[in-house]
Design a binder for this molecule. Structure first.
Ligand code: ZN
Length: 317
């Protein structure tokens, strides 16, 4: 129902101008030899990038054996939200958690044809292990040993974040490739194991850019503002919802230019960088979250993705 609802809402508004080019390039290297289980026609399933690793996003393109009214799927325990592209073609952005072990994992597809028949297909993909670094860091004690008042604030923030992350839109917002939020060098990559003051261990769940304070920060893609407010660890923080379960987070800002509910375009300035919250100095921390899983923003920025011309209607949100 999830996908079907979106499809009917988006039908006629979703046009992929680059579809021919996209399919030609995407399926040129198709190597699937698995026979379809319940249909005689052929499924085509393609994942980008070609090498899948833990912590990375993955873009699935599916050509079904028949015209479908909906396409759903399970992938690593997640329900995927496929959107209809054109004809028998469907697509979804998904991810692979950092904790995912190397090995072969199935993408299990289930489509409902226009006549109401159920068609299924299963294709396995190999997940390789990505290597991530370890660093030692020193931060102010209030962030490793917060007092009761600070702990209360942290608890309140957790409730706010839980609420924010549970209200993602089923509608499609992103269009085309994701762009870097600032034009600056990267100071810390995703996946770094961090040891704070020799004690608290965590994994860096975003990408840090070395930027001076008050540098304009741009939305990496089209989206809806889910949250725009100060939080204890994150500092002044903006969360954007790009649809298909994909969010981006912008932390430690000195100024926020948007408010919850705003629609933003790719490249639109959403705030200014800073050093608010748990920051060792001025920088921009950008995170990518998909269905509760943090993914490598750098890998998302590298993904070639098709442009769409989704015409937004106020009723869609
Ligand atoms: Zn960071």
């Amino acid at each position: 129902m999830y996908v079907q609802g979106c499809r009917s809402r988006c039908r006629g508004a979703l046009v992929y101008g680059l579809m021919c080019l996209w399919l030609a390039s995407a399926f040129a290297g198709e190597t699937s030899t698995s026979p379809p289980r319940t249909t005689s026609a052929v499924w085509s399933v393609h994942a980008t990038p070609a090498r899948l690793v833990n912590g990375a996003p993955v873009f699935f393109q599916v050509t079904a054996p028949a015209a479908l009214q909906s396409l759903t799927s399970t992938w690593l325990g997640h329900a995927l939200t496929f959107d209809h592209a054109q004809g028998k073609n469907w697509f979804a952005l998904a991810g692979i958690s950092l904790e995912t072990q190397p090995g072969s994992v199935p993408l299990v597809l289930e489509g409902i044809t226009e006549s109401g028949a159920r068609v299924t297909f299963r294709r396995n993909f190999v997940i390789a292990r990505a290597k991530y670094p370890t660093v030692q860091l020193t931060v102010s004690k209030q962030f490793t040993e917060p007092n009761p008042e600070q702990q209360e604030k942290i608890k309140q923030d957790q409730d706010i974040k839980h609420k924010t992350f549970s209200q993602t839109s089923p509608g499609l917002e992103w269009s085309g490739g994701f762009l870097a939020p600032v034009n600056a060098p990267v100071s810390d990559v995703f996946g770094t194991r961090r040891v704070f003051n020799g004690q608290t261990k965590s994994v860096h769940q975003g990408l840090d850019y070395r930027v001076p304070p008050a540098t304009p920060v741009a939305a990496v893609n089209r989206g809806i503002v889910l949250l725009a407010q100060p939080l204890y660890f994150e500092g002044d923080c903006v969360v954007l919802d790009h649809g298909q379960g994909l969010l981006t987070l912008y932390l430690h800002l000195s100024k926020i230019h948007v408010k919850a509910g705003d629609q933003v375009e790719r490249g639109q300035v959403i705030g200014l960088s800073g050093a608010t919250g748990r920051a060792t100095g001025p920088h921009l921390h950008v995170a990518v979250r998909w269905q509760g899983v943090y993914l490598d923003p750098a890998a998302l920025l590298r993904l070639p993705l098709p442009e769409s011309t989704v015409v937004r209607s106020p009723s869609a949100h």
